[in-house]
Design a protein around this ligand. Sequence first.
Ligand SMILES: Nc1ncnc2c1ncn2[C@@H]1O[C@H](COP(=O)(O)OP(=O)(O)OP(=O)(O)O)[C@@H](O)[C@H]1O
Ligand code: SF4
Ligand SMILES: [Mg+2]
Length: 310
Amino acid sequence: MSLIKTKSLCKTFKIRKLTIPAVENLEIQIEQSDFFALVGESGSGKSTVIRLLLKLITPDSGEILFKGKNIWNLEKDDLKTFYKSIGVVFQDPYASLNPRLKVFSIVEEPLRIHEKLSKEEAELKIKKIFSELGLDEDLINRYPHQLSGGQRQRVAIARALILNPDILMADEPLSALDISLQSSILNQLIEIRKKRNLSIFLITHDLNVVRAVSNRIGVMHLGRIVEEASTEEIFKNPLHPYTSLLLRSIPGFHRKSRKKIPKLTTETKNAWFLKGCRFYTRCDKRMPICNENVPQLKNMNGRKVRCFLY
Ligand SMILES: Nc1ncnc2c1ncn2[C@@H]1O[C@H](COP(=O)(O)OP(=O)(O)OP(=O)(O)O)[C@@H](O)[C@H]1O
Ligand code: SF4
Ligand SMILES: [Mg+2]
């Protein structure tokens, strides 16, 4: 049974007179111990997906199953298990760490809510996760503002992992940090994932960040998943023109074949309302049919692509 599975999940937002289909017929599946990365440019709907999966917003239609159960029909005990099974990290650790609490209280809080542990037992757990994340034990007596950016985000991750969840969901958790810090934290997460059989659902706009760490990638473009495949397949043989564009825009990638790095332009509001493929105006392979009909997500030998070229 999948850890998380969505069925035709839809969410629209009304902005003045416009209705934006921020998430349209989303079908994703995250298995136990998967490292699934959801990638796409700003405004493609990634954060809306994570907010839906966390039950922070209500979908317009569709289902979200957690271990086979619809998260909107969970009874009290199952709901508690649901929240305990998911650790969450957001982009801005300043916003997620209570500035008035010391690091110890911040990381201990989920334990207080979900587990009845003595102070010594809690301290032992906190020290263990701190050592796995390369955090100095002495930091437990500091306040968030006394930490560096990297330390703050590690503390946020420690808090998210303290209950030993099944899955860590993270929305751009590292994008404010420099590249070397990003890769050191990602490597620690890989180790923790192996040890604890942890699944990771990571949102990022940067394909390069997840290249060495994720095992599956979903590429999202204006509310629709346009391609989903193993990380290896995405990098070796991207099928969707949008995935190719994202890859070509990584500096240093495909150096020989690339004439220049294409600049990623952001979509105009109009692209949301194109009758067919929403990538039509930016696609160098577009055909007349692409502007007439909506391409469907097709299964192709274990991978999926939404494009009339296939
Ligand atoms: N609460 C909201 N009210 C109105 N529109 C919203 C709301 N949340 C998101 N949107 C719109 O939905 C679309 C998807 O937004 P979302 O934040 O999910 O994108 P994203 O991929 O996370 O972008 P970013 O990389 O910039 O974080 C955008 O057009 C956004 O303006
Ligand atoms: S459906 Fe057509 S416009 Fe859209 S990505 Fe494929 S080729 Fe390009
Ligand atoms: Mg976002």
